[in-house]
Write a protein that binds this ligand. Structure first.
Ligand SMILES: [Zn+2]
Length: 242
């Protein structure tokens, strides 16, 4: 039977955070599914040399290019202030609007215990928004959208994250790393502590070792509502377990 085409949407705090699952996004895109990236923050504080006002369009352009390499669409950024993201009603509203416009089957966001405030707040806001998006009385201006699955991606360093399932991304790892390189300003900024792109490769290699493949990305499913984690749906054929 032919596999149903699905839409997977990543909602993350900053451009480049999609690298926590961009191999999976590329995998869906190369298999004819739809992958969409939405960024919450303007990410204006991601440089010590480029002024914030100048950095916003640069990071937006880099994100657009990175998405293109993955074969994904870039929804845009939701305009939140970098390092000050909170799971406010206003942000949940914006995320619900994005979900209702894109109408994804699957949403992926940060794990709620990731290392940084913007990631944690985005995780909370997305978790709330997925349920609100489904309720016809929540902001009835745009018709409600049912998200079938909500997953959380690995943390930035893999710490404090006990994966429930893995996706083998060996065949798209090079695309993923090329996409990450498109975030040129961040390769410089985050690279102060070492090689940003190489660190991601090592991370994926480590996750791959856990399940017996070259490169993998790790995930958890939400525990908030059973219907959102009932089965792995379209992920099923890609999943690797130890
Ligand atoms: Zn981030």
């Amino acid at each position: 039977m032919k596999e149903k085409k699905v839409c997977v949407m990543w909602i993350g705090a900053h451009p480049d955070d999609e690298s926590q699952c961009s191999g999976t996004l590329a995998k869906f895109a190369t298999n004819g599914h739809r992958a969409v990236i939405c960024v919450v923050s303007k990410a204006e504080k991601g440089s010590l040399v480029i002024p914030p006002d100048e950095l916003v369009p640069i990071r937006d352009k880099e994100m657009r290019e990175a998405a293109k390499i993955l074969g994904a669409e870039y929804y845009g950024n939701l305009g939140e202030t970098d390092l000050e993201v909170s799971a406010t009603n206003e942000l949940i509203h914006k995320i619900v609007k994005a979900i209702r416009e894109v109408r994804p089957d699957i949403v992926i966001t940060h794990w709620e215990r990731d290392y940084q405030r913007d990631h944690i707040s985005t995780s909370r806001a997305v978790t709330h928004a997925v349920l609100c998006a489904n309720h016809p009385l929540y902001d009835p201006g745009i018709s409600s959208a049912i998200v079938q699955r909500l997953y959380y991606s690995d943390t930035a360093s893999g710490l404090d994250f006990d994966p429930e399932f893995w996706i083998d991304v060996s065949d798209v790892e090079e695309i993923k790393l090329k996409s990450l390189e498109a975030h040129e300003s961040q390769v410089k900024f985050m690279g102060r502590a070492g090689d940003f792109v190489e660190a991601r490769r090592i991370h994926d290699r480590f996750r791959g070792l856990q399940v017996g493949c070259r490169y993998a990305e790790a995930f958890k499913a939400t525990r908030r509502r059973s219907f959102l984690r009932a089965e792995l749906g379209p992920f099923k054929s890609l999943v690797r377990m130890p």
